[in-house]
Design a binder for this molecule. Structure first.
Ligand SMILES: Cc1cc2nc3c(=O)[nH]c(=O)nc-3n(C[C@H](O)[C@H](O)[C@H](O)COP(=O)(O)O)c2cc1C
Length: 204
C-alpha cells in the first residue's frame, strides 16, 4: 500500500469484529512504532499487550475508571463548555462507547514511555518525551491502517493505579491505551482539510 493511501485510510475506530488479529501483523505494527523519531534518540517506549480478559477488566474499570456516558443530560452538561458543533458531534457519538471499546476490542495495547514528573517540567522542551511517544503512536496507527487494522487512542486521566497494578516501573508513564482490531464497519476516509486555509508563506 502507498504511504498516501495509509494516511488517508487511518481513522479512529471504536467498534470491532470479534475476529482475532494475526500475531505477525501486531509485531509489524509495533516495529513500525519503534521506527519513529525521538528526542535524544531515547526511544524509551515499551508496550504491554493486555490479553488476560480479567486483568483487562480490572485495569479499565477499577483503575482507569472508564465508562460509557450514555445519559443525554449528562452528555449535555459535559458539552456545555464546548462551542464547536463538529467537536460536540464527535463527543456525542464517542462518549457512549469509551468503556465498551476498551472491553470488547480483540486486542488492547498500552504504550509506555519514560518521563520526569510533570511538576518538574519547566519548559515545553521538557515535554519532548511526550511528543516523541506520540510520533511512535502515530506510526503505529498508520501501520495498522496499512494492515487493515484500526483502533482508538484512548488517553486516561489518571494512570497511577493502573501503573501499580501492571507493575510498570517507577519513572515510566502510560501515554495511551489503544483498543484495536478489524473494524465492525470500514471507516470513511476523512474528507480532507483545506491546506490553503492553513498555509502561510513567509509571514502569518
Ligand atoms: C491525543 C489524542 C487523544 C485522544 N483521546 C481519545 C479518547 O480518550 N477517547 C476517544 O474515543 N478518542 C480519543 N482520541 C481520538 C480522537 O477523537 C480522533 O482522533 C478525532 O476525533 C479525529 O478522528 P480521526 O482519528 O478518525 O481522524 C484521541 C486522539 C488524540 C490524538
Amino acid at each position: 500500500m502507498q504511504f498516501e493511501e495509509a494516511v488517508a485510510r487511518r481513522r479512529t475506530v471504536r467498534e470491532f469484529q470479534a475476529r482475532p488479529v494475526e500475531e505477525e501483523k501486531i509485531r509489524k505494527v509495533l516495529q513500525a512504532g519503534l521506527a519513529a523519531p525521538s528526542n535524544a534518540h531515547l526511544k524509551s517506549w515499551e508496550f504491554i499487550l493486555l490479553r488476560d480478559r480479567e486483568a483487562r477488566k480490572i485495569s479499565i474499570v477499577d483503575h482507569l475508571k472508564a465508562r460509557d456516558m450514555k445519559d443525554r443530560a449528562e452528555i449535555d452538561r459535559f458539552l456545555a463548555a464546548f462551542e464547536d458543533e463538529t467537536l460536540k458531534g464527535v463527543y456525542r457519538r464517542t462518549l457512549p462507547l469509551q468503556l465498551t471499546m476498551l472491553l470488547e476490542a480483540p486486542e488492547l495495547l498500552i504504550v509506555t514511555y519514560k518521563m520526569k514528573p510533570l511538576a518538574e517540567c519547566r519548559r515545553l522542551f521538557d515535554l519532548n518525551p511526550l511528543v516523541s511517544v506520540w510520533m511512535c503512536i502515530e506510526n503505529i496507527m498508520l501501520a495498522m491502517a496499512a494492515a487493515g487494522l484500526f483502533g482508538c487512542t484512548y488517553t486516561p486521566y489518571d494512570t497511577a493505579g493502573l501503573k501499580t497494578y501492571l507493575g510498570i516501573p517507577e519513572g515510566r508513564e502510560i501515554a495511551v491505551v489503544i483498543p484495536f482490531g478489524y473494524p465492525a464497519r470500514m471507516p470513511e476516509a476523512w474528507p480532507g482539510e483545506k491546506l490553503e486555509a492553513r498555509l502561510h508563506v513567509d509571514r502569518w
